[in-house]
Design a protein around this ligand. Structure first.
Ligand SMILES: [Zn+2]
Length: 339
């Protein structure tokens, strides 16, 4: 029977009336379990010929380690000898393994902007994916419902931010379990805020409305006004400011540094909350915030992070230098000098 190589490749090895040994149909449970069932499964993909016995043994033993290699090799030899001679010849000699034709010329873009795929940068593909495929996060409509004046096009990414603060911001904006949610899951957990114990603890309460944050916010606002020249207008929403960083109406000398500090303020608020929740201890937020900003900034300055240097380089009064072994370590002291 004359068959093309592409047809031969698709034929079953076992229970095939054309592949017999001493007049008997072949069947090997171990090879079937290893998904070696069609002739293409025991052939090279590009080169002509059958795979070596070791490759078949490896495939079978990946599924069942107890199978003996010699047994597999012997059965594999029987299979090869049982394949009709004309098929075996086609498998072992044909160099035309790929019958799918030449690879199509790939293009990217549309209309006059169509370009060869080879000259496209990875960034352009991602940009197109973001526009065409990526979905908006579900958290966006949630926050826009709570704060209708929030601009959903506002960029939430903060340049030079520390990874921990960035990670915390991501979780805050997408989902953090509050007592209000935990109470729904387990009635033994009270709805009340772990810190003040007065109101139901939801995200807005945890991060901005809790009465135990008043002192911290007073110092934070004072720090930003004095050190970053923040011009605060009472019409501005403190809640949006704290939760989402500087927005278009805000007026501040160093916007990126302000965003950086607010991101760490949120992380500090959560850290204080965690101490209250897990250790049942009430501690002030300011020392946590100060320590976080100082350690994160110092560490990243030492590591030579360019982003963080840019954040502070616009206002040299915010930090001082300390010479040490030729290295210039910057300590954020000016920022907290009066607190
Ligand atoms: Zn509270």
């Amino acid at each position: 029977m004359r068959l093309t190589l592409s047809t031969i490749k698709k034929l079953p090895i076992f229970l095939n009336k054309y592949i017999k040994n001493d007049g008997k149909l072949l069947y090997n449970r171990d090879m079937v379990q290893a998904k070696l069932v069609q002739l293409k499964d025991i052939m090279y993909e590009v080169l002509p010929g059958f795979l070596p016995a070791q490759a078949i043994c490896d495939s079978v033993q990946e599924v069942n380690q107890d199978v003996n290699s010699t047994t597999v090799s012997n059965y594999y030899r029987v299979i090869r000898e049982s394949v009709p001679q004309s098929w075996r010849l086609a498998i072992e000699t044909s160099t035309k393994q790929s019958e799918s034709g030449s690879f199509p010329a790939l293009k990217f873009g549309h209309g006059a902007d169509m370009k060869d795929f080879g000259v496209i940068m990875c960034k352009q593909i991602y940009e197109r994916f973001v526009v065409k495929v990526a979905q908006k996060p579900a958290s966006l409509p949630y926050w826009c419902r709570i704060y209708p004046t929030l601009d959903e096009k506002e960029k939430w990414k903060i340049k030079g931010n520390s990874k921990e603060a960035d990670d915390h911001d991501f979780r805050l904006r997408h989902k953090i379990l509050t007592n209000a949610i935990l109470h729904q899951l387990d009635r033994r957990v009270g709805r009340e805020c772990d810190v003040c114990g007065l109101e139901t603890e939801n995200l807005v309460h945890m991060y901005v409305k809790c009465t135990k944050l008043c002192g911290f916010f007073k110092m934070l606002k004072c720090c930003l006004i004095k050190k970053l020249g923040l011009v605060w207008n009472n019409r501005d929403s403190w809640e949006i400011f704290v939760l989402f960083g500087v927005w278009k109406e805000s007026r501040v000398k160093n916007t990126e540094l302000c965003r950086f500090l607010l991101s760490h303020a949120r992380w500090a608020i959560k850290s204080r909350h965690n101490i209250a929740h897990f250790e049942n201890k009430l501690v002030p937020v300011w020392p946590i915030f100060k320590s976080m900003v100082q350690s994160q900034t110092k560490y990243r300055m030492i590591c030579g992070n360019v982003g963080i240097k840019k954040l502070f380089s616009r206002d040299s009064s915010l930090f001082s230098y300390q010479q040490g072994g030729g290295d210039c370590l910057a300590l954020v002291t000016g920022l907290f000098r009066f607190f």
